[in-house]
Write a protein that binds this ligand. Sequence first.
Ligand SMILES: Nc1nc2c(c(=O)[nH]1)N[C@H]1C(S)=C(S)[C@@H](COP(=O)(O)O)O[C@H]1N2
Ligand SMILES: [Mo]
Length: 555
Amino acid sequence: MASRRLYALFGLLSTIVGMAVGHFTAALLNPDSSPVLAVGSGVIDRTPVSMKEWAIKTFESDGFSVGPIDFAARNYDKIVLIGSVFLGVAVLALVAGLITRIRFLFGAVMLVVLVLVAGGAVVDRPSFEVVDLLPAVLTALAGVASLWWLHRTAHGLPLDPRAKSSVEVAKAEGAAASAAGPDDEVVISPGGGATSTGPRPSRRGVLIAAGVLTAAAAVLGGAGRFIGNLRARAEDIALPSPAAGEAAPALPTDLSTKYAGISPLQVPNKDFYRVDTRLDTPVVPSDGWTLKITGDVEEEFEITFEELLEMPMVERDITLTCVSNSVGGKYVGGARWLGVPLQQIIDRAKPGSGVDQMVATDFDGMTIGTPYDLLTDGREALLAVGMNGEALPREHGFPARIVVPGLYGFISATKWVTELNFTTYADTESYWTERGWDDVAPIKPSARIDTPRSLTTVQGGAKVLVGGVAWAQNDGGVTKVQVKVDGGEWIDAENGEEVNSVYWRQWFAEVEVDSGQHTVAARCIDANGDTQTDVRAEPFPGGSSGIHSVLFTVA
Ligand SMILES: Nc1nc2c(c(=O)[nH]1)N[C@H]1C(S)=C(S)[C@@H](COP(=O)(O)O)O[C@H]1N2
Ligand SMILES: [Mo]
């Protein structure tokens, strides 16, 4: 029994060594070529929309603790995904190890097949180059070599197959004639010695081999991480100042400083929601970065990061919103963006009259299509380089990204952008629209209740503070927010001062309620005088709608 377990562990250990070698090489060459990440990304790209929605909803967390460890409020769907990939690989690796007990070759072939699948996922990445296969090749080599080493030592065989094994030698001498078990069994019991004279040296050998391999995997894994972190360090970019008259005005009073629980008027970069298809934090150096303007345009051109920084910049407060945001969800946030008005670039390119879509491509070939008429209807789209006074964080698109007021991020807010192609919907599809999401998706007006939090108990007494944010980027902004407690009337809440029509607006109301359970709902009214719809819609395919309501208890 112990022996079988041992072989399974050989498979696992060899696979871990292989993955560490692959991940380390990828860290040196191109983090994207890591077989593990490639498998994860392949899974993301192939996951049906309904399952993605489910995962986003299910693994969205307000933060939780496991024993002494606190987990921040964020979405854990990708961690769960990577964990599942690891778990699946671990199971297959254990099986491969077990199989080597019958025949080494079969188990080794299984490991190689496993790596081939990962290699396939690497080839499938849009930015694939042949060198990207190197990590996968090394993963296979290191995995099989480790397995071979463990296998040989467990058999008491020398690494050179032409030499005689210690078992054979022992047998030839007749010393092992009475040894227990078949000669391919090495019985290692915890604390006990080996049960036969023949395999005795191989027990030590196995422990040494396993120790060396574990240490190698740990060192390579650690080194890979270290290199990854080094590469991911923020670049020290001196941001230009906005052109004269183009600085954003000072923000009004932030209600969250007075009414705890309401979202801050401007979300700090480190807390800003992040939604993308990536498992890693892309490292796109500004040195060598260019933006290509292509397609049906009078002039195709390319701008470097230096040239971009020299263009006249504007500073704008804009609230980004994700189409995957469910009613009351977290995928929305306000920030101050510094960038070049996209219109300047469009004016220089002079797209042809047939153009109805701008397809932006990121450094890895991921595409996002924006309706050309909405892009140019007067809303101020930016090619942004700064976020809240800093260079764009890598998570949010360094060196440059698109920000378009009023359009959900999946049809507008391309991060790590490297190309803008002026084309038509008839000619070109983009990542999400290939998956059935809408081509045209303006952000729907919505009010969100930040406090009280759902299913919490609040202190009663005087009054209960209800508050949050609301947005109506396509409808002139939010003029009013109303709240309704239990079955009562809609009553007006107090607004924070408006920043601008494409920015969210804070609001609060102090309501009188008895102790016990209550529901509070909120809705907004936009500048056209329209009241937010109560018709429920799921995020797919064009954004959620409906009224956010929260159940809470008053002590
Ligand atoms: N390159 C790239 N850009 C992207 C995405 C992506 O997956 N890849 N996701 C988009 C989506 S769906 C949204 S909502 C916004 C989110 O921007 P943020 O992560 O800075 O909040 O980025 C958009 N830009
Ligand atoms: Mo999104």
